[in-house]
Design a protein around this ligand. Structure first.
Ligand code: FES
Length: 314
């Protein structure tokens, strides 16, 4: 994590089954940089690497940042460390907040569907929508008590949050969850387990482009890199070059060339490894960049190339 800030865990709050909410502060109490709802932090987990967690506090608070972490049975080590090792008063290294799941500013109405711990980015959005006096609704599907139950209760007075305990009631239809959309001005968001994201994508398949947003927890299966070729990767600053085989990692090649490129998920969902490209024909396989952004940038952990040469700005 080349650029990081140091934070102290001011509070570690049990908040729902198997969920710990961390309140983070600057060790000397200085105000923290501003961030946007939908942002996440990469936390450095000693001996393991970086793990990305959605920020769930209120962007209006400059004194604290918050994340919530559910203990995962299939944990790659990050959630177990947060639950078993980290204590109040401990210091952690974190990236600056990075937003790959932004609020659709042009929409008039916002419908959010969360599965379990997928509620975290929507807690931050809910605060922002209330400030904007926007039209919004949040549907939380959970088996039993939802993660971040206390934080959700804090927004209950809005009357815009509905929690569905799917151990006690039938799962609502997508049509009901999505407010009968598509409709002019309506934007829908989903964050949850892969099966829920698949259902959301299927249910919104006929929505106009740019009216839906998804946040992945874990990298999905990568699409095939059709047309991928062996290519020469070139850094614009040093003119260093390296041959990359089809299917080879552009990120690893950049590191080998001495480029300082961040990484976290290494699966095309967090945006940490974004670099600008200047020449060539990259094949984008990420789930983050907009078509417009792809004209100038790529995510090196998953991108391939269909031209003989690719020049990136590093
Ligand atoms: S490291 Fe997460 S998108 Fe590349």
């Amino acid at each position: 994590m080349p650029q990081h800030i140091t934070l102290v865990v001011r509070r570690a709050i049990p908040d729902g089954p198997g969920t710990r909410r961390l309140v983070l502060q600057d060790p000397d109490g200085w105000p923290l940089p501003r961030w946007k709802p939908g942002a996440h932090l990469d936390i450095h987990v000693p001996g393991i690497g970086h793990r990305a967690y959605s920020m769930c506090g209120d962007t209006a608070r400059a004194d604290t940042w918050e994340i919530a972490v559910k203990r995962e049975t299939t944990s790659r080590g990050g959630s177990a460390w947060v639950h078993d090792v980290l204590n109040e008063g401990d210091v952690v290294a974190a990236s600056m907040p990075r937003c790959t799941f932004p609020i659709a500013d042009g929409a008039a109405r916002h419908v959010m569907v969360a599965g379990g711990i997928g509620v975290t980015p929507f807690l931050a959005m809910a605060h922002e929508f209330e400030r904007r006096r926007a039209e919004w609704a949040l549907h939380v599907l959970s088996r039993g008590e939802p993660p971040c139950a206390t934080a959700l209760a804090g927004c209950a007075q809005t009357g815009r949050i509905r929690v569905y305990d799917t151990t006690k009631m039938a799962r609502p239809s997508w049509d009901a969850l999505l407010d009968g959309g598509p409709a002019p001005g309506l934007h829908s968001y989903c964050c949850g387990p892969q099966a829920m994201l698949d259902g959301f994508e299927e249910a919104t398949g006929n929505w106009p482009a740019g009216t839906t947003s998804i946040e992945h927890f874990v990298p999905p299966t990568l699409p095939a890199a059709e047309g991928a070729k062996a290519y020469t990767l070139c850094r614009s600053t040093t003119r260093g070059e390296m041959e990359v085989e089809p299917g080879g990692s552009m990120l690893a090649a950049l590191w080998e060339l001495g480029a300082k490129v961040d990484a976290s998920c290494e699966g095309g969902i967090c945006g940490a490894c974004e670099v600008r490209w200047l020449e060539g024909e990259p094949i984008h396989r990420d789930r983050v960049l907009t078509p417009e952004r792809r004209r100038t940038h790529l995510l090196a952990c998953v991108a391939q190339c269909s031209s003989e040469r690719l020049v990136v700005e590093t």
